[in-house]
Ligand binder design. Structure first.
Ligand SMILES: *Cc1c(COP(=O)(O)O)cnc(C)c1O
Length: 343
């Protein structure tokens, strides 16, 4: 087990904070007369949601083979990113570390909280350069390292993740928003060895429920307690909690989604070989491609004119566009539009 004293990393005001626990959620009642929360007595969704998300956590705990006390539920993993920064980073003083390029929201929430954003430039294969990582860890002492794998927007899985968890002197957040599309093991397996680790997953991508806004953090009990303390009590609404609880019972749903998307991914990859304006398709472990184009801004614009929306990555990643795998119908439209664009 890695040596790690969480008390020295948490902001003092957060450490001293008492969580809001609704009276109702602290106790078990059979047929309560509920006159405690000023709700309306009529209607289907008249009651506040379970602030502790108990059923959902129990289901997830069973599936992921962790304890419910190692799980925090967020309004999307986006909310969890925000909360994690607030728990550990003192405004105007602390910094976060992220890969470059990577998911923009780490920098966004750090900036909202007035924290500096240190960037670790990836190499030409979009891998982390270990020496650069060790150097920046030693010299700059960021509080949190956001390690996104498979990485958005590059699509590749980061190699040797444990090395970074082991050698970072602070909290490492492995963002696994796309893990279901890759064959790699989840960082959840490392939780027992690394008390400085947080693993984020989401129902927004492979599960197909981005509209429900449900993300999950897996970590030590201490870290989970802190997340539960700072979160808004009713951060995940009852409709979403119910939806996800039922979804988790539908064992084939995830498998089918992933299977179909991976089949479409393979189909697209084949089609891309015949597209003149494509210079390079980067290897992907996710449900999207990063593609280098001949004159990406023009290609992007021409796709947009045909109402094919993609994600422009120039100039940050020169001449690159990120395109996600859609339904066959959407993918065919994409290919038809790309075929008409002159290289
Ligand atoms: C899409 C995405 C998320 C956001 O997930 P939500 O659960 O919808 O908030 C988080 N991290 C990465 C890297 C993503 O690409």
């Amino acid at each position: 087990m890695k040596e790690f004293n969480i008390n020295t990393f948490v902001r003092k005001n957060i450490m001293a904070l008492q969580p809001y626990i609704s009276f109702r959620d602290q106790n078990e009642f059979n047929a309560p007369v509920m006159l405690d929360a000023n709700e309306c007595p009529f209607g289907e969704f008249n009651r506040y949601p379970d602030s502790a998300q108990k059923k959902l956590k129990e289901k997830l705990a069973e599936i992921k083979e962790v304890s419910p006390s190692q799980i925090a539920i967020g309004n999307g993993s986006d909310e969890l990113i925000d909360l994690i920064i607030k728990i550990f980073c003192e405004p105007k003083k602390d910094a976060i570390l992220m890969m470059n390029p990577s998911f923009a929201m780490y920098g966004f929430y750090a900036t909202v909280n007035e924290n500096a954003v240190l960037k670790l430039d990836l190499d030409e294969n979009f891998e982390i350069v270990k020496d650069d990582f060790l150097k920046i860890n030693k010299e700059q002492q960021a509080k949190i390292f956001f390690l996104c794998s498979p990485n958005n927007p590059t699509g590749n899985s980061i190699q040797d993740i444990e090395f970074f968890v082991q050698n970072f002197d602070g909290i490492v957040v492995i963002d696994e928003a796309y893990i279901e599309f890759s064959e790699n093991n989840s960082g959840i397996e490392l939780l027992n060895k690394y008390p400085n680790l947080i693993v984020l997953q989401t129902f927004s991508k492979a599960w197909g429920t981005a509209g429900a806004r449900v993300g999950v953090a897996y970590a030590s009990e201490e870290i989970i307690r802190l997340i539960n303390t700072v979160k808004a009590p009713y951060n995940v609404n009852s409709l979403s909690q119910e939806l996800i609880i039922n979804l988790l019972d539908d064992k084939n749903r995830l498998k089918e989604n992933v299977k179909k998307i991976l089949e479409e991914r393979t189909w697209l990859e084949e089609q891309f070989k015949n597209i003149g304006c494509i210079v390079k398709v980067f290897p992907t472990d996710a449900n999207f491609f990063l593609i280098k184009m001949n004159n990406a801004p023009t290609v992007y614009q021409k796709m947009l004119e045909q109402e094919v929306l993609t994600s422009q990555r120039s100039p940050a990643i020169p001449d690159c566009i990120r395109i996600n795998v859609g339904s066959r119908e959407e993918n065919e439209k994409l290919i038809n539009v790309l075929k008409e664009i002159q290289p």
